[in-house]
Design a protein around this ligand. Structure first.
Ligand SMILES: Nc1nc2c(ncn2[C@@H]2O[C@H](COP(=O)(O)OP(=O)(O)OP(=O)(O)O)[C@@H](O)[C@H]2O)c(=O)[nH]1
Ligand SMILES: [Mg+2]
Length: 422
């Protein structure tokens, strides 16, 4: 029987360096593009860079470079060319015709990885939304070229067959998904309001992809007195392991508790369509009382990664939230004398310095706690047990008039129980 063997995607990568106009390092950027290509299942045959101040409207790179790339594709037996920037539909079409090979851009590549990783309904919907929004203005660029080789990269995911349907139907689908995402969001908002009512602070982990956000979350879950193995989130050495925000309740020894939120990671040149599509689930993190910016201290490119994170947070309107920087993977950093700004150095792998991290979190989110001494009459046993269950009671005496409790409480309980204050 004949077996259909899909040709393994083999790609030539090309980036344009516009000199001083580019604030990022082109080599760093190309290394990252290779990692993204590998994450999408492609083999990287060659990396090419063109130094050119001005973008060529029709082909993005200059015509001489197009010839060079075409030759390189032939020489290396490649079946696709991946561009480091977002291209227009016309540019993709022109380049495919000139080089006779499938052409995709960085955005399509990232969307493709998201499509592979999406597990939950919400994540799938958001990825489809981002894909459709990317494809809509480029509809004419696809079609015939779809049959080109290249292992499906750039065309995978829930949207594949939908390329053939017309714009209007796509727009209808976009509207429909938006509605569904909004619905999910509404439920989450209700949950959030409930939490806010209980005045449980929310702490969100944000940062570059693969920095260790989920690993930190898992370490803190282990330290929680309610820590359970099944509450652990997915952590893995790959780009975009997490696409969905997840929330966990962290209860500390002194019974103080907060909600910890894990979020999707960022990457440089993160496509607008993705930022937009994921805004709905990120919004939750954006209502946090504290953002923990997780940085991979062992990655030589972490300064660039920090900048990207700041940039995306700004785009999301979250740059004003209280934020602390945490330098993770410190176990991999040889030169321990290296100082990482005024952030905290930790290792989610060894648990090093997590006591400091917790101290810091506590200091920033529980500052509304007030010291109080209550004398609760025996007739109100409910209040006594409420206080014992929810707080760490530092002193408790059974007096003739009632139970004397000395403890730190939330302001709302301080006010609510003011009649018992001593
Ligand atoms: N050596 C070392 N490895 C770590 C540390 N923290 C995380 N890792 C590893 O780094 C990889 C990525 O960790 P994740 O927690 O999945 O990273 P993330 O920030 O959630 O990544 P995304 O979900 O993709 O955005 C995993 O292989 C972890 O085991 C650390 O402190 N030290
Ligand atoms: Mg993660």
């Amino acid at each position: 029987m004949d077996e259909i063997i899909e040709e393994r995607p083999r790609a030539v990568l090309i980036g344009l360096f516009q000199g001083l106009k580019d604030e990022y390092d082109i080599e760093e950027s190309m290394i990252e593009l290779s990692e993204l290509a590998r994450a999408a299942g492609a083999e990287v045959a060659e990396i090419m860079i063109q130094n050119k101040a001005k973008i060529e409207a029709a082909t993005y790179i200059g015509s001489g470079k197009v010839e060079e790339v075409k030759l390189m594709v032939e020489q290396t037996g490649s079946n696709m060319v991946i561009f480091n920037d977002e291209l227009s539909g016309a540019q993709i079409r022109n380049l495919e015709n000139l080089m006779d090979v499938k052409v995709i851009d960085r955005t399509a590549l990232i969307l493709d990885i998201f499509a592979i990783r999406a597990q939950t309904k919400t994540a799938k919907l958001q990825v489809e939304l981002a894909q459709l929004r990317y494809r809509l203005p480029r509809l004419t660029g696809f079609g015939g070229q779809l049959s080109k080789q290249g292992g499906g990269i750039g065309t995978r995911g829930p949207g594949e067959q939908k390329l053939e349907i017309d714009r209007r139907r796509i727009q209808e689908r976009v509207d429909e998904i938006r509605k569904q995402v909004k619905e999910v969001q509404k439920n989450r908002t209700v949950q959030r309001q409930l939490r806010e009512k209980r005045e449980v602070p929310i702490v969100a982990l944000v940062g570059y992809t693969n920095a260790g956000k989920s690993s930190i979350m898992n370490q803190l879950i282990r330290m929680s007195t309610e820590g359970e193995e099944e509450k652990q989130v997915f952590e893995k050495d790959m780009l975009f392991a997490t696409l969905d925000t997840s929330n966990r309740r962290i209860v500390l020894e002194d019974k103080k508790e907060f909600i910890l939120t894990d979020t999707v990671g960022f990457v440089s040149k993160l496509p607008h369509s993705i930022v937009d599509a994921f805004k709905a689930t990120l919004e939750e993190a954006l209502s946090a009382d504290l953002l923990i910016h997780v940085v991979d201290a062992s990655n030589p490119h972490h300064p660039m990664q920090m900048e990207v994170t700041h940039h995306v947070l700004k785009e999301l309107g979250a740059s004003e939230l209280p934020m602390m920087t945490v330098f993770n993977k410190i176990d991999l950093v040889e030169d321990r004398t290296a100082l990482f700004g005024d952030g905290i150095n930790i290792s989610a792998k060894t648990g090093e310095n997590f006591d400091h991290l917790l101290e810091y979190i506590k200091k920033s989110v529980f500052n509304s706690m007030v010291r109080a001494t209550f004398l609760v009459p025996y007739s109100d046993g409910k209040t006594t047990s409420y206080l014992c269950e929810n707080y760490q009671v530092d002193r408790m005496d059974h007096l003739e008039e009632g139970t004397l409790l000395e403890l730190e409480v939330q302001e709302k309980d301080y006010n609510r129980l003011s009649q018992y204050l001593r």
